[in-house]
Write a protein that binds this ligand. Structure first.
Ligand SMILES: [Zn+2]
Length: 509
């Protein structure tokens, strides 16, 4: 781009950036509230926070695990967030249907959001700054940034803004290509794959105790399958309800441990609602470990695993039923909904990359751990009898293995070790199907973002091996990863988690 054009673009941006524009990037919640107004909303309209209750899981010591080994099903079912509910749950099991349903049955049903003609563009920014492009597209064309990297920005655009945006890029000589020609077509394809097989899926799941990996699944199916596994493999599995979402859904984790299990490894997914592949991948790894526990290498069997496939159950289910591109939780702020749970953890909370506007995609929440979902996870992890040696959180997309820090352009003192293990993990993923995962500190590819669960695990909980893995793809489909790529991506997650598990053997506790 010529110096004159850079100057023109900068002048245009200075003018445009005076215009406030909230960037919610979702169909149902466009809000025009300014920041001051939103502070009032926060004070006056936050529903009274639900009491989440302390996690009331009974952590077994080795002897307890031996008890479980002797098939004592009762022993494995002392679960539940509320102490007074314990007795009932001992008799009845966790009601996973109810936990997946939540407490908002009467909520007004909205028609699913449609994205006909909407496109995803990859704008190449080697000649212009990412920030300039982002500001221009957000303020002028209602663009929604899906992903940024040092040399490109992926922007989602509604059809009626595409022509002007195209003209601007042409005028400023900025190259771009259309990655997704019609977002709704991809969403429809995912729905079709879901409609085709529900009966067969269910029969298969019941008959062979297997969830399928050729479609994405509703929360009810996921929780149902977790219960199936915990019932079928009571000696190594325990279903744990670690808390309650904003809309009253259970937040279900699975503890997987054998008699030799000691050090703790945590794996979660589904913090961001639309990143369905992260949910599928946590389920896949958990399923493989449980069903083939005896065949797992010693470094897997010597760990106590916690799998939390859906940290954001309300958002996930909302993305299944109403808005495929939803990202945040479902906290109601009046004009807008949702807190970005991955900006809500209270280590370096409210720094860069986290918005103070509830209408934004990266809204950090009114305070650190303000949300029941993030708070439940933090409280549960803090109360584990052993501090985890590894914290692995799955997201999409981009194919990255990221290690701290995310809140600033900084790296921890053990960054060499984290990087080397990340490189080993990426190398193992490549062996599956040739996919390349880039290893970097989290701030590097996307810019710093404060309040992430990974920084919290490293900075607050002092977990040694902390990774955010951004799963497939590199941007061809983005969040709308086709169902035929689920299985291969899950296998990549499995092998990478194995590499991190093996490395974590060296942690002295
Ligand atoms: Zn994410």
């Amino acid at each position: 781009m010529s110096p004159r054009r850079v100057l023109v673009l900068s002048v245009v941006l200075v003018i445009l950036c005076g215009v406030h524009n909230s960037n919610q990037c979702a169909k149902k919640d466009h809000g025009d509230a300014d920041h001051q107004h939103n502070e009032q909303i926060i004070r006056s309209e936050i529903p009274e926070e639900r009491s989440v209750g302390e996690p009331s899981v009974h952590h077994e010591d080795k002897d307890d695990i031996q008890d479980a080994e002797s098939n004592n099903l009762e022993q494995t079912k002392r679960l539940g967030p509320e102490p007074e509910e314990e007795e009932e749950e001992e008799e009845e099991d966790l009601d996973v249907e109810e936990l997946a349903e939540g407490e908002m049955e009467d909520a007004e049903k909205t028609a699913p959001a449609r994205y006909d003609g909407a496109q995803l563009w990859r704008i190449h920014t080697s000649n212009v700054s990412n920030q300039d492009v982002i500001k221009l597209f957000e303020s002028q064309y209602d663009g929604c940034v899906w992903k940024t990297k040092d040399d490109f920005v992926d922007v989602f655009l509604e059809p009626h803004r595409q022509e002007e945006a195209r003209r601007a890029l042409r005028d400023f000589d900025v190259p771009y290509e259309v990655s997704i020609n019609d977002v709704q077509n991809l969403i429809d394809a995912q729905h079709r794959s879901r409609e085709k097989k529900p009966r067969r899926d269910k029969r298969q799941a019941q008959a062979s105790h297997q969830l399928t990996w050729d479609s994405y699944h509703d929360l009810g199916d996921i929780y149902g399958y977790m219960r199936t596994l915990s019932q079928k493999y009571p000696t190594i599995c325990k279903l744990v309800n670690i808390g309650k979402s904003v809309e009253g859904r259970g937040i279900l984790a699975m503890k997987v441990a054998g008699p030799k299990s000691q050090r703790v490894i945590w794996v979660d997914g589904g913090i961001h609602a639309r990143e369905w592949i992260s949910v599928a991948s946590v389920m896949y790894v958990m399923d493989q470990f449980i069903r083939y526990w005896a065949k797992q290498p010693a470094h897997i069997r010597s760990a106590t695993w916690y799998f939390l496939p859906v940290m954001n159950p309300d958002g996930y289910q909302y993305s299944r039923t109403t808005d495929r591109l939803w990202r945040k939780n479902r906290r109601n702020f009046g004009s807008c909904h949702g807190v970005d749970l991955n900006r809500n953890f209270d280590f370096k909370w409210t720094g860069v990359g986290a918005s103070n506007n509830p209408c934004d995609m990266t809204y950090r929440g009114p305070k650190g751990l303000s949300e029941p979902e993030s708070r439940s996870v933090a409280q549960f992890m803090e109360k584990l009898p052993r501090k985890p040696v590894a914290y692995i959180t799955l997201h999409s997309y981009g194919q990255y293995v990221l290690y701290p820090w995310g809140f600033a352009s900084a790296i921890p003192s053990d960054h060499r070790l984290l990087k080397q293990t990340g490189l080993d993990a990426a190398e193992s993923a490549k062996l599956i199907d040739g996919a390349l995962y880039t290893v970097a500190p989290a701030f590097q590819p996307f810019g710093a973002a404060a309040g992430g669960s990974d920084d919290w695990a490293k900075g607050h909980l002092k977990v040694k091996y902390v990774y955010t893995i951004e799963l497939r793809d590199k941007g061809r489909y983005g969040f709308l990863l086709p169902t035929n790529l689920i299985r291969v991506t899950c296998r990549e997650a499995l092998t990478m988690i194995g590499v991190i598990s093996k490395a974590s053997l060296n942690v002295q506790q």
